[in-house]
Design a protein around this ligand. Structure first.
Ligand SMILES: [Zn+2]
Length: 64
C-alpha cells in the first residue's frame, strides 16, 4: 500500500502583492511594484496629482 498524499502542502504560502500600477506580481527589487518603472509611474502620478502641501494657502480675493 502506498500512502497517497491528497492534501497538497503549499510551502511558499506567502502573500504575493500585486503591482498597484499594472497588477503584476510585485518584485523584491521594487516593492510593492513589479518594477522600478511602475514605481516611477506611481511617483509621477503622486506629484502630478493633487497632493497636500502643508502651510500653503492661496488667498486670492475676488474683487467685487
Ligand atoms: Zn507594475
Amino acid at each position: 500500500m502506498s500512502e497517497d498524499n491528497k492534501g497538497e502542502d503549499i510551502k511558499g504560502a506567502r502573500k504575493a502583492q500585486a503591482c498597484p500600477i499594472c497588477g503584476k506580481p510585485a518584485s523584491d527589487a521594487a516593492k510593492p511594484f513589479c518594477s522600478p518603472r511602475c514605481r516611477d509611474v506611481d511617483l509621477h502620478r503622486w506629484f502630478s496629482g493633487s497632493y497636500i502641501v502643508p502651510g500653503s494657502e492661496n488667498d486670492e480675493e475676488d474683487g467685487g
